[in-house]
Design a protein around this ligand. Structure first.
Ligand SMILES: Cc1cc2nc3c(=O)[nH]c(=O)nc-3n(C[C@H](O)[C@H](O)[C@H](O)COP(=O)(O)O)c2cc1C
Length: 392
């Protein structure tokens, strides 16, 4: 009965906002706000959406587009549409299937998935769950030895690309998480958890699944020689200690045998620095407004980065993608493909693999409809001439 009800609710979701609402009802407030929230006053989070609203379309009317080509290649890899699932940490807390169910959905949809370092599932199992490209995102949490071991395992498991996130010198101050007791729930004593227990007890179905899954997952891809697998309660402290700096590119580049992508680029200078350090692609990203509040929306920065890179590497973008028309705008402004974060995570929290599939179906249908209404036969043909963009 419950699975039928769930699939009806998912299929009734007509856009990502509907999936967000379903997620809000299905998981405790703290889990929802971990997904949904941004840093500080959430200005960048809001501006990420507003930037898409300021770009408008310039359609070619009465152009017959009987079949639309959504396929594209990113770093030589075929994707059924220009979308990769962004690296998102702690997916297993949103749904026990977490990264594995997201990978299955990505594989079925033929889109890429980037696995976060902060995953509760073993990277080998996630890779095995998808037939589409799977990339590995690296944080230096746990130190160099832990990173080297993860990179070695990722290469052996068949990960094609390494993504290095450069915008996380420290973790952003996400006020909703502080208010809802993230610190106490992750690391506090039993007594300190009590004031926040109500929000968890209000979701018995989520709680039962969470407890049957063993509670808070450890980090099986962060293994240090001294401490073994990193415990989740130590992850925040470990992240604070070990942030990436450009000097690390030398040993990372020597070990990783494949393309490297730099994620979190927000200036022409850093785009050029990424190229000088051998990046095959950059991701224009402000981490979905979760790190430095006050940085501009990624969409606004995208043209500057495309110009600086000047065809020497591929440019991807993320932050704020909720509709197929957003994907069209990003590609029209020069992105090769986009990363979706919350758009698929709302789906995962709402209904595991089926929820992620619903999110991807929604984005694909939107994308195709938008191209047809624009009179553009292929995502590869999109360019600025289909848009009116104030900041270009
Ligand atoms: C809950 C959450 C956790 C995230 N964890 C990571 C992470 O572990 N590594 C990383 O590089 N980016 C992480 N990100 C950032 C995403 O990769 C991506 O940049 C962002 O979600 C894009 O914005 P959007 O959510 O508006 O699509 C996270 C984002 C969210 C929402």
């Amino acid at each position: 009965m419950i699975p039928i009800l769930l699939s009806t609710r998912l299929s009734q979701a007509v856009n990502i906002e509907d999936l967000r609402e379903l997620a809000r009802r299905r998981v405790p407030k703290i889990v929802f706000n971990y997904i949904d929230g941004g840093a500080d006053g959430e200005w960048t989070l809001r501006e990420n959406r507003r930037a898409f609203e300021t770009v408008t379309f310039r359609p070619r009317q009465a152009v017959a587009v009987p079949a639309c080509e959504l396929r594209t290649q990113v770093l030589g890899m075929e994707l059924s549409m220009p979308v990769l699932l962004a690296p998102v940490g702690y997916l297993r807390v949103m749904h026990p299937g977490g990264e594995i169910e997201a990978a299955r959905a990505a594989g079925r949809a033929g889109v890429g998935l980037i696995l976060s370092t902060v995953s509760g599932h073993r990277l080998e199992d996630v890779k095995a769950a998808s037939t589409a490209p799977v990339w590995y995102q690296l944080y230096l949490t746990g130190g160099r030895a832990a990173a080297e071991s993860a990179m070695q395992r990722a290469m052996e498991a068949g990960y094609q690309v390494l993504v290095i996130t450069v915008d996380s010198a420290v973790i952003g101050h996400r006020e909703r998480e502080v208010r809802d007791g993230m610190e106490q729930l992750l690391r506090g004593s039993v007594w300190s958890k009590i004031p926040f227990a109500g929000q968890v007890l209000a979701h018995p179905r989520w709680l039962a699944r969470f407890l049957l899954d063993g509670g808070l997952p450890d980090m099986p891809n962060i293994v240090t020689p001294e401490h073994g697998v990193l415990r989740v309660r130590d992850a925040h402290t470990a992240m604070k200690r070990e942030a990436f700096s450009w000097g690390d590119m030398r040993w990372i580049g020597a070990l990783w045998k494949g393309p490297i992508v730099i994620k979190g680029v927000l200036s022409a200078e850093d785009a050029k620095r990424s190229l000088d350090n051998g990046a095959a692609a950059v991701v224009v990203s402000n981490h979905g407004g979760r790190q430095l509040d006050g940085v501009p929306p990624s969409l606004q920065v995208l043209p500057e980065i495309v110009e600086a890179v000047d065809g020497q590497a591929e440019v991807l973008m993320d932050s704020g993608i909720r509709r197929g028309s957003d994907i069209v705008k990003a590609i029209g402004l020069g992105a090769r493909a986009v990363l979706c974060g919350r758009a698929y995570v709302y789906g995962l929290a709402a209904g595991g693999e089926a929820g992620v599939r619903r999110a991807l179906d929604i984005l694909r249908a939107d994308l195709e409809r938008c191209l047809k209404l624009l009179g553009c036969p292929s995502v590869r043909d999109l360019n600025k001439s289909y848009l009116r963009a104030p900041h270009c």
